[in-house]
Design a protein around this ligand. Structure first.
Ligand code: FMN
Length: 195
């Protein structure tokens, strides 16, 4: 039995695959965290379109990589203990699957398992604009216990680059699993709080 905190990262084919990649990069130096990665085939495709990375570059960041179709993997069982799961980015397809308990791939199965065990599931949903079906799916996922966290950029900290925005978003998602990656520009109060 490992003493390390296990974090499951799912990367789907929505725009913004760099978000999941950045989380793996931030978690890698943490000695007490063990990462488990699942990438969908669509994520591999989107990654190639949006970044200079290949799938191997991403899998090499994770402690364990599971196959998308391996519904017999360790993380497919509730008996496998973890801190929870982040799906970043989360496509409409995967949001819909999780919201409706359709668990025929390992990302939706692992998320469903985390939800039934009452563990954290953070869905960085990425689509815009939204129709009623998307909004209903977000509601159903939320009612099942997931946290829907659209990849919406904050401007209050005056980001100077896209990398800075990605770091902030990735850090905010990791915050929800109780992990401080050190990349969140935390609001100090306007003008700074006085103690
Ligand atoms: C370049 C690219 C960008 C995409 N962006 C999105 C997106 O932002 N949101 C989304 O829901 N789907 C997006 N898609 C479509 C998904 O990849 C597609 O629906 C896929 O079936 C999702 O499967 P998955 O959830 O198993 O990864 C995009 C596809 C490509 C090729």
């Amino acid at each position: 039995m490992t003493d390390r905190r296990r974090v499951i990262i799912g990367i789907t084919g929505a725009s913004g695959t760099i978000l999941g990649v950045r989380m793996l990069q931030l978690l890698r130096p943490l000695p007490d965290v063990e990462t488990h990665l699942v990438m969908s085939p669509a994520a591999t495709r989107t990654l190639l379109i949006e970044t200079d990375l290949k799938a191997d570059d991403v899998t090499s960041l994770a402690d364990v990589t599971h196959s998308f179709k391996d519904i017999g993997a360790s993380i497919a069982s509730g008996s496998f203990r973890s801190e929870g799961m982040i799906v970043a980015p989360c496509s409409v397809k995967t949001l819909g699957a999780i919201a409706n308990c359709l668990t025929d791939d390992l990302i939706s199965r692992a998320a469903d398992v985390c939800l039934k065990e009452r563990r954290r599931v953070v869905l960085m949903f990425r689509e815009t604009p939204l129709h009623a079906g998307h909004i209903r799916a977000m509601q159903h996922a939320t009612e099942a216990g997931a946290i829907v966290m659209p990849a919406v950029v904050g401007l209050y900290y005056k980001p100077q680059s896209v990398d800075e925005m990605i770091d902030h978003l990735a850090g905010r998602a990791l915050d929800l699993l109780g992990i401080d990656a050190g990349t969140v520009k935390r609001w100090q109060g306007q003008g700074g709080d006085t103690a």
